[in-house]
Design a protein around this ligand. Structure first.
Ligand SMILES: Cc1cc2nc3c(=O)[nH]c(=O)nc-3n(C[C@H](O)[C@H](O)[C@H](O)COP(=O)(O)O)c2cc1C
Length: 200
């Protein structure tokens, strides 16, 4: 499937077939490709919690105002970010590049993030959001549907998945087989509304 077709066909599905399961091979194929996504300083902030236990699924559904995707999707992925990747042996993100580049990158990473709590969070959020789109496009190519979701109590879901203190949730991505087509698309703004040349 071409990227343009994946973009055209992707919709946020509300009702998934609860009987359909993704195989571990499919899951690996999905994740192997999605984690090729770009991340700030290659920090790969994303930590993906694959919620599969039915009791955990039910608890997440309750924290998500009873949205059915949380129990019925083939995959429920809580996309978390590690806010402190920059401080956890940063050389590991640049260990294929030779010592000069590694040293330069480690210094840059430390200098940028050390005193900058907002950057720690913003960069994680950007990187996880990009991962999320890559997952949705891969899912589409693999014959799956998806729905990105933030309609849930973030603190409750954090407790359910036992998330460490130095992590945050970006969103939950549900992936599965649609049982029914979503409503027609809400409608796109015009290019004139969203594209500006040189300045506002
Ligand atoms: C950050 C984000 C959060 C969303 N949260 C939910 C959600 O909690 N439940 C839901 O059914 N859809 C959710 N959506 C899906 C949007 O409603 C949907 O993307 C939008 O209406 C456009 O429709 P489309 O994705 O089918 O083109 C979310 C989408 C995004 C990007």
């Amino acid at each position: 499937m071409s990227v343009s077709n994946a973009l055209k066909q992707r919709r946020s599905v509300k009702h998934f077939d609860p009987a359909h399961k993704m195989t571990n091979e499919e899951f690996k194929h999905l994740i192997d490709h999605a984690i090729l996504s770009p991340s700030a300083f290659n920090l790969q902030h994303w930590r993906i919690v694959r919620v599969s236990d039915p009791a955990q699924r039910q608890a997440v559904r309750e924290a998500a105002y009873d949205q059915p995707q949380m129990t019925d999707a083939s995959e429920v992925l809580v996309l978390c970010m590690d806010l402190k990747t920059w401080d956890k042996e940063p050389a590991q993100y640049w260990n294929h590049t030779g010592p000069e580049v590694t040293d330069f990158m480690v210094q840059s990473i430390t200098g940028y993030y050390q005193e900058n709590l907002q950057a720690q969070r913003d960069e994680g959020m950007r990187s996880c959001s990009i991962l999320s789109m890559a997952l949705m496009l891969m899912a589409q190519e693999m014959g799956y549907d998806s729905c990105p979701m933030d309609g849930f109590d973030f603190a409750k879901v954090g407790q359910i998945i036992n998330m460490p203190q130095d992590h945050e949730i970006c969103l939950i991505l549900t992936i599965g087989k649609a049982l029914q087509a979503p409503h027609p698309k809400g409608g796109q703004l015009s290019l004139d509304d969203v594209v500006l040349t040189d300045r506002f």
